[in-house]
Write a protein that binds this ligand. Structure first.
Ligand SMILES: [Zn+2]
Ligand SMILES: [Zn+2]
Length: 368
């Protein structure tokens, strides 16, 4: 039986304690929509920013917080019986889903970059008082909007890892698509050893990079970077920028890295990353969000003939690629090492505070 309401973590006021409230479960499922029982959500830095009121995107309070979730289908609107890859979706199927894209704006049609859709609706930003109410992750039920892509989760991928695929990992997959081909002769530097950086190390390794060099901290994270396939790990705490450059130069006959990917999130990563990239190389930035600024000499890009690529979010195909990668490589790569504490919905304030205090990497909330 589907209840008439369910428990959800609701933000009514920024920075204030979050309450678990009863939120209505919509009676009617529109054509193309899904109602799911959310089984697991992982927690993301963006959740903390939403709670603190520091996001640039409009938040229509009160909202259900959380946006990295996996759910099991409990009801389908008409015509919602296929996922975005055309595979059958039934009651009981596990899915992850994307923000919406309208299919009719300039970016959806002419530019064919629906990731930039001007009318996109994202989860955890919409008011719980308007139907369909359940547009956030830390809740017992969730509503998948008709214009959201949805991707079946392979049976052998756990809820925790599927949740990870629905934000962090799909962004990594999208970044590699934006970056383009990796050759077996390429040396790849990954800046940052948070969840995205670690996943990027695994992705670059599987792509056949000749050498993968990770830059990050603390040491415990660098140990995971090694397990994920980094050949060399450079500590941000124990090396200077000059020392890191010397290592990269030594690994590349003095040329610099063919490819540098940024997942560090600190503005200073940008000039360093450009400096580490060889002439004619490619630099991709993913983690640099927010309003941070840095001094930078643009002629470096010109003189090196660099390609500088920005990559944000990910479409259906990136969700699918992330899930498929987890399924294919989880026996060799210990993805679960990214996950940190395990919590219940009632622990939402504890887990967000711990996230804010950087005591967690990628905590997991189990709804049931
Ligand atoms: Zn996220
Ligand atoms: Zn659009």
């Amino acid at each position: 039986m589907i209840p008439s309401s369910c428990r959800a973590a609701v933000v009514r006021q920024f920075k204030a304690p979050i309450e678990i409230e009863e939120v209505p479960v919509p009676r009617e499922i529109e054509p193309g929509a899904l109602l799911v029982r959310i089984e697991t959500s992982t927690v993301c830095g963006t959740d903390v920013h939403l709670w603190q009121g520091s996001l640039t995107r409009k938040v229509d309070l009160p909202v259900i917080i959380g946006h990295e979730m996996v759910g099991r289908v409990v009801a389908l609107g008409s015509g919602a019986d296929r996922d975005s890859l055309g595979r059958p979706v039934k009651v009981g199927s596990r899915v992850v889903w994307t923000r919406t894209h309208c299919g009719s704006c300039y970016f959806c049609t002419s530019a064919r970059q629906p990731i930039l859709c001007e009318n996109a609706r994202a989860y955890m930003y919409e008011n719980i008082e308007k139907p369909p109410y359940l547009l956030g992750g830390f809740a017992e039920y969730g509503y998948v909007l008709p214009q959201s892509g949805r991707v079946l989760v392979p049976d052998d991928v756990s809820n925790e890892l599927a949740s990870l695929a629905s934000c962090a990992f799909r962004s990594v997959m999208n970044a590699f698509d934006e970056l383009g081909e990796i050759s077996t002769t390429d040396t790849v530097v990954v800046q940052g050893t948070g969840p995205l950086g670690l996943l990027a190390i695994a992705r670059a390794r599987v792509a056949g990079a000749r050498k993968v060099i990770a830059i990050g901290a603390p040491d415990a994270r660098l140990a995971i970077a090694e397990e994920f396939g980094a050949d060399e790990c450079l500590s941000m705490e124990r090396t200077s920028a000059a020392e890191r450059k010397a290592v990269v130069q030594a690994a590349t006959n003095g040329r610099g890295a063919d490819i540098v990917l940024e997942f560090a999130g600190h503005p200073s990563a940008f000039p360093e990353g450009i400096d580490l990239t060889r002439r004619g190389g490619r630099y991709t930035t993913v983690g640099l969000l927010g309003t941070g600024e840095v001094q930078f000499r643009p002629s470096l890009i010109t003189n090196k003939n660099l390609k500088v690529i920005g990559a944000i979010g990910g479409e259906e195909k990136s969700y699918w690629k992330a899930l498929d990668f987890l399924s294919a490589h989880q026996k060799r790569i210990p993805f679960h090492r990214i996950l940190s504490g395990s919590y219940k919905l009632d622990d939402v304030n504890t887990v967000l505070q711990r996230m804010k205090d950087q005591l967690e990497v990628k905590p997991v909330i189990h709804m049931a």
